[in-house]
Design a protein around this ligand. Structure first.
Ligand code: ADP
Length: 590
């Protein structure tokens, strides 16, 4: 229910509770389909009129705009005109457009079939992509007469899953092509044992549903191996659920797809266009563009902030342009704006600065998804291809390049380059502009940003390695860069996840001596506290104890002999152990 309506109900609550007779109103609401028989029974079971009224309002507040309208109409019909007038000004506008955007479309039958099959509902804020959806439906109609595969492919966050769920939200399609139902299975990245568990639970779900319809059929023990699971599924789809559609969401691996190669009807979403090559039967595919059209993206923002698209501030267009209409990112920003409606300029700026981390952190939504999805896409590349892909950071934003340029960059033969590029394009990691000959290749902005981010931490690792040798002895005076590294090396190591290196550095008496000499013991103590969660607790304790006992000495100039000081630590201490080694070394050297 929209905010205005809910607020009005809350304000009028006590007057309504005082006067209404819930039992009269509920009949109308049931016939409008906004209240169920069960709900009515629960309300009627309350002993007094007032308690019934309280319960009805409580329930109504959790319902949608339609329920509010139905309740209002019921008040009018039951001659509560004065109460109805309290609600009148906040009646939600149910224009066909708003209806399209907010309600979960489809008939009751469709809703029942989809919810039984585990098909996700529409996102709360939704815009339709009719051309794209018709393309998917047209391909699904081809499965009417025979089994086969429809692949919906595109980059992460382009709206494939939403589209797949939307495509089947259609009465005619289900009754004509998939009277056996639609069964949704979220896959994602998984190993064989995860896959077995997924198929086991699908089989269980299917068996349970069919048992409800036909109690004489029996439940089996779960299949014990992937082979057995595949056979069980084949049997179920063939005998109990003929002419049903299986939707496999977010498939990564062709070996996963092979487990479903059982002559049934499958719609799959993936970033990898070529996945279905490995399975048998008729195939077709639909490409999902990475971005929405400007109007649609603006509509999403408008719905989030509950304004008309024409009344959005000018930054809205720039936001859409900046993220190239990515449904995921537009929804992310929309969700943030709903919480902070004055931050148009701020979020635009954040987007322009590519401070995605900032956006993600302040969001309660799971939008690490984009980065994670990108990272995972890159992870499935072969090691060789991964390195080549990361090299693409050098591409300029919005510049499309022919394969030849990349052949220079990678120092590979043009044919090899073509093969590599094909792999990237198939996995939606790269885009190809086919309007030109030779073809031009380019990265989505978000991909470029992600790569830049990745390379930055890569650079960090490189920087650390190339600088470590310089830190062995005290820097010459005025060596600003060297001082910088003494100060921030630990920080960079922690950030680049070089935990092992951080250990060896911070648990080394040499480092303690040099850093204490240059910066004083306070910085060192601070480091141990700062990285306390990463470092081994016991050894960290040894170093902290040494520093706190000897801090005042380490402030002295001339600088004391650290080995001597350390030898007075308990002999179970790591500090003592290292000091002893050094003392012995000194002795042997004379
Ligand atoms: P993909 O499967 O391609 O990774 P999803 O279908 O999961 O992408 O969509 C990612 C997010 O983008 C969704 O959670 C939703 O917030 C938003 N989104 C996608 N399609 C739409 C749409 N048609 N209308 C509104 N938001 C959408």
């Amino acid at each position: 229910m929209e905010e205005g309506a809910r607020s009005c109900l809350l304000q009028s609550r006590s007057s309504l509770e005082q006067d209404i007779r819930a039992s009269y109103l509920m009949d109308h609401m049931i016939s409008d389909g906004v209240l169920t028989g069960d709900e009515e029974d629960r309300i009627r079971s309350k002993p007094t009129r007032r308690e019934q009224a309280v319960a009805l309002l409580e329930l109504l507040l959790r319902k949608d705009n339609q329920a509010y309208i139905s309740f209002y109409n019921a008040l009018v019909r039951e001659s509560y005109g004065d109460l109805a007038s309290l609600l009148h000004n906040s009646l939600p506008l149910v224009s066909p457009e708003a209806e399209k955007s907010f309600s979960d479309g489809g008939t009751r039958y469709v809703q029942a079939v989809l919810s039984e099959g585990g098909v996700p509902q529409r996102p709360v804020v939704f815009v339709s992509r009719p051309a794209l959806m018709n393309r998917v439906r047209e391909k699904l109609y081809r499965l009417q007469k025979e089994p086969g595969w429809v692949t919906v492919f595109g980059m992460a966050g382009s709206g494939k899953s939403v589209l797949a769920a939307e495509a089947v939200r259609d009465h005619a399609l289900i009754t004509e092509c998939f009277p056996g139902g639609v069964h949704w299975l979220s896959i994602g990245q998984l190993d064989r044992s995860d896959l077995l568990v997924r198929i086991q639970s699908l089989c269980f779900r299917l068996e349970q549903q069919s048992q409800e319809k036909d109690p004489s059929s029996s439940l089996h023990r779960p299949p014990g191996s992937l082979e057995e699971a595949k056979e069980r599924l084949r049997f179920l789809m063939l005998r109990r659920y003929p002419r049903s559609l299986l939707i496999l969401d977010d498939i990564w691996d062709s070996s996963v797809l092979k487990a479903f190669d059982i002559q049934c009807r499958v719609l799959l979403t993936t970033r990898d266009r070529s996945l279905a090559d490995c399975v048998s039967g008729p195939k077709s595919e639909v490409a999902v563009e990475s971005g929405l059209e400007e109007g649609q993206a603006l509509e999403i923002l408008a719905l989030y902030v509950n304004r008309k698209p024409q009344r959005l501030p000018e930054q809205a267009r720039s936001i859409v342009r900046e993220c190239k209409g990515s449904p995921l990112v537009v929804s992310l920003i929309g969700a943030l704006l709903r919480e902070f409606p004055d931050r148009w300029a701020y979020y635009l700026h954040t987007l322009q600065q590519k401070k995605f981390k900032r956006i993600r952190k302040s969001s309660s939504y799971d939008y690490d998804a984009l980065d994670q999805a990108m990272a995972a896409s890159i992870q499935v590349l072969s090691e060789e291809h991964r390195e080549l892909y990361i090299d693409l950071t050098v591409l300029e934003k919005d510049v499309k390049v022919p394969a030849k340029v990349l052949s220079v960059l990678w120092d590979l033969e043009p044919e090899e380059v073509e093969d590599v590029l094909q792999d990237f394009v198939n996995k939606s990691l790269l885009f190809r502009d086919c309007h030109h000959r030779p073809y031009l290749y380019y990265l989505h902005d978000l991909q470029l940003d992600f790569l830049a981010e990745m390379n930055r931490s890569g650079l960090e690792v490189g920087l650390i390695h190339s600088n470590q040798w310089r830190l062995k002895g005290p820097p010459t005076s005025g060596d600003e860069e060297c001082l910088y590294w003494f100060r921030f090396l630990t920080y960079h190591m922690a950030k680049a996840n070089l935990t092992q290196e951080l250990y060896s550095l911070m648990f080394s008496l040499d480092w303690v001596r040099t850093k204490a000499q240059i910066m004083g013991p306070a910085h060192l103590i601070n480091d141990y506290l700062e990285y306390s969660t990463i470092l081994d607790k016991e050894v960290r304790g040894h170093f902290q104890e040494f520093l706190s006992l000897n801090g005042h000495q380490l402030e002295q100039r001339p600088f004391p002999d650290v080995v001597q000081l350390a030898l007075s630590q308990p002999d179970s201490s790591e500090v003592y152990r290292q000091a002893l080694l050094q003392a012995q070394e000194r002795a042997t050297r004379g």
